[in-house]
Design a protein. Structure first.
Length: 702
């Protein structure tokens, strides 16, 4: 440690307590001065080079020359005792006026080095020297042993300081022109003991020599001896190859230290390595993102610092994905490519070849306008290339426009139109009202019956295709059978009788009813309000109005016209002869029969003992001419198919018409005599009679 006297002088010389203390610590710790302290040191020593030498001497890299020593003593105003304290603490020591050198150490090894200093003081001049034996110095027990030479600048004497190891056979190696100074040591002496014995031996010889030269008493002052531990440099830090960073694939990491013989322990899990960690013996395989930490050690040397190297192992770029995905499509597809690896760059082909970084660079959605396979490679710096992604696209275009059979045109009677497309497996949707079909329109499941003039429009769809263009076919349907019987003004009434209408409770007639020329009193059984002052009366059983000749004008005149029209219609129906009538079909028994549009003529009564059917289109007409009565058995029905309408079926009967209990009748009855509708029978059409009509809890509508 520096003496208090030396510390005070250094602080004063630095001109700052802070910088002075820093200098003291640097001398003690053999460390580097800060920039500010170095500047003050240069100022205090008045010489930049001396300041640099002093810093180097603190670090042990340089021994102060005599010139340097004088600057230090004068600049810091150091008395001899303080100067000695400073010099004793400088790692580099001082250069003597007589150089010191030694032969290489051999044989006996010392575990510690030592530093000894001495001062020779006289009345006229003084001289100091420092001698250091580093750790590991050895002293031969035979031969010349270890020695060093000293030269005195004061008297030009030359000294050969040599060591004689007890129990050995060392001989004095001193040349004839040197004075030999024998230092007797034991092979087991410590560094401190060797230093003390060396000082004592030199003091005995040198003090006497100086005294004789200076002519006055000379005191040889041995300075404090310092044992220097065997401080080996710390083991050099472990280094890594390759160095830390991001890599695409597994890295084989080598560890090394420039310290020969060093052992390296490492971890890969981020923990701090110790000598209990894994001993490095071969390159480390780093296959995933991790941090390798290493410690280098060697017996007799301080361990290295912990070094670490972080490795990011990215692996391959995530395989590209496609939107829309591979598949069959109708129109051209705009395909977007992406990868879960952010920042990836894509290269692609469309010709089936494997893409490379020389292929087309992806810069935006790829237009796939024909059936082809899009293959994509994704790349990114410090990543392995992705697997090649592949997506096959079939571009079908639109479904072929639907076609029709029969084709558009004018036809007599209902046409069953078949829809098809050359695109197999297509599904069709259609309309008949002129609107454009969508997938929300009627689903085509079989031939479409076109029974009236209308336009059939069809949309064809198919998975993986664009929707077809709309197919359209206009059909003009002319009626089959005769032209309809013209009811004229009589057609305004659902029920019309010349001789009266009677009913029981429960009847419901949708529409108007009328009697003429008979008076309103012939309306029997209805909840009837004649309202003779008005043009019509009302009845709860009739949704429309009740007209009689007793009502106010213009009703009487209108009914006269309607009566004539009804008579004319009856005559027209009875006398139709074109197209040629079918005569006496099944002898008048229509049970189980199916009538098509046309004229049917019967010379006798007609019975319907079982259900019968009338088939035809909406515009088709059937006229049934009956010379006698018409009888529909109870519970039986006249059924309609094909869309034919009740108002286009005309039943002309010369005899009584009788509709059985709970029967269902379709058509317009033109009766010459009475019409009897039995209980709960249902009629779709109209009733016209030149005599009375009797109803019993019936429903009559269009």
């Amino acid at each position: 440690m520096l003496s208090l006297e030396a510390k005070s002088c250094l602080i004063a010389g630095m001109g700052s307590i802070l910088s002075g203390n820093e200098l003291i610590l640097a001398i003690h710790n053999h460390s580097v001065l800060s920039r500010d302290a170095m500047t003050r040191l240069q100022t205090g020593l008045s010489d930049k080079d001396v300041a640099i030498h002093f810093q180097a001497c603190i670090l042990g890299n340089y021994a102060l020359s005599l010139r340097d020593q004088f600057f230090v003593q004068d600049s810091f105003d150091l008395p001899l005792s303080a100067l000695a304290s400073v010099f004793q603490n400088l790692a580099g020591g001082i250069q003597l006026s007589f150089p010191i050198r030694s032969n290489p150490p051999v044989n006996v090894s010392m575990p510690f080095g030592f530093l000894f200093t001495a001062q020779v003081m006289g009345p006229a001049q003084q001289q100091s020297f420092v001698m250091t034996f580093p750790a590991g110095s050895t002293f031969a027990s035979t031969g010349n042993g270890k020695y060093f030479e000293m030269y005195s600048g004061a008297n030009a004497d030359k000294y050969y300081v040599w060591y004689s190891v007890g129990g050995g056979s060392n001989s004095d190696p001193s040349p004839s022109d040197f004075m030999g100074i024998e230092v007797d040591i034991a092979g087991s002496d410590t560094a401190a003991q060797v230093a003390a014995k060396t000082q004592a031996a030199i003091a005995a010889e040198v003090a006497a020599a100086y005294s004789s030269v200076l002519g006055a008493a000379v005191t040889f002052i041995p300075a404090t001896n310092y044992v220097i531990p065997a401080i080996s440099s710390a083991v050099a830090n472990a280094t890594f190859s390759p160095v830390f960073g991001a890599y695409a694939s597994t890295q084989s990491v080598s560890l090394s230290s420039v310290t020969p013989g060093a052992l390296i322990y490492f971890t890969t899990n981020g923990s701090t390595p110790t000598t209990s960690s894994t001993l490095y013996s071969a390159p480390i395989s780093v296959a995933s993102t991790s941090t390798v930490k290493a410690l280098a050690v060697k017996a007799g040397s301080p361990n290295s610092a912990i070094t670490s190297s972080a490795y990011t192992i990215n692996g391959a770029v995530a395989t590209p994905t496609f939107s829309p995905v591979a598949g069959a499509y109708g129109p051209t597809q705009s395909v977007t490519v992406s990868s879960a690896t952010s920042g990836a760059t894509f290269y692609y082909t469309l010709n089936g070849s494997t893409p490379t970084t020389s292929s087309t660079l992806y810069s935006g959605p790829v237009s796939v306008s024909a059936s082809e396979t899009l293959k994509v490679l994704a790349v990114k710096a410090v990543f392995l290339d992705s697997a090649v992604a592949s997506a096959a696209y079939t571009i079908n275009g639109a479904v072929a426009t639907p076609t029709f059979s029969p084709v558009a045109g004018t036809y007599a009677g209902t046409q069953n139109v078949t829809v098809s497309s050359t695109t197999a497996g297509s599904t069709f949707y259609y309309t008949l009202n002129g609107s454009t079909p969508t997938t929300g329109s009627t689903l085509y499941s079989g031939p479409v019956a076109i029974s009236a003039s209308e336009t059939l429009k069809v949309l064809a769809v198919h998975a993986g295709f664009s929707d077809s263009a709309i197919g359209s076919a206009a059909y003009v349907i002319t009626a089959l059978g005769p032209t309809a019987v013209d009811l004229a003004q009589a057609g305004a009434y659902r029920v019309f009788s010349e001789a009266g209408i009677s009913t029981s409770a429960g009847t419901l007639i949708t529409g108007d009813i009328a009697v003429s020329p008979i008076a309103h009193t012939a309306i029997i059984g209805f909840t009837y309000t004649p309202n003779l002052a008005g043009v019509s009366g009302t009845a709860t059983e009739v949704t429309g109005a009740v007209f009689t000749p007793d009502n106010a004008v213009p009703t009487p005149g209108d009914l006269t016209t309607a009566t004539t029209a009804m008579t004319n219609a009856y005559t027209d129906a009875a006398t139709r002869a074109s197209p040629a009538p079918i005569v006496d079909l099944n002898s008048g028994d229509l049970g189980g029969q199916t009538l098509q549009p046309g004229i049917y003529k019967f010379s006798t009564a007609v019975t319907i003992p079982t259900n019968m059917t009338i088939n035809g289109g909406v515009a088709d007409v059937v006229i049934i001419q009956i010379a006698g009565a018409l009888d529909l058995t109870a519970g039986m029905s006249v059924l309609l198919t094909g869309g034919i309408l009740p108002q286009n079926i005309f039943w002309q009967a010369s005899g009584v018409v009788s509709l059985g209990v709970s029967s269902v009748f379709n058509g317009v009855i033109l009766g010459a005599v009475g019409i009897d509708v039995n209980t709960t029978a249902t009629i779709h059409g109209a009733l016209y009679s030149q005599t009375a009509i009797t109803l019993l809890d019936n429903a009559i509508s269009a």
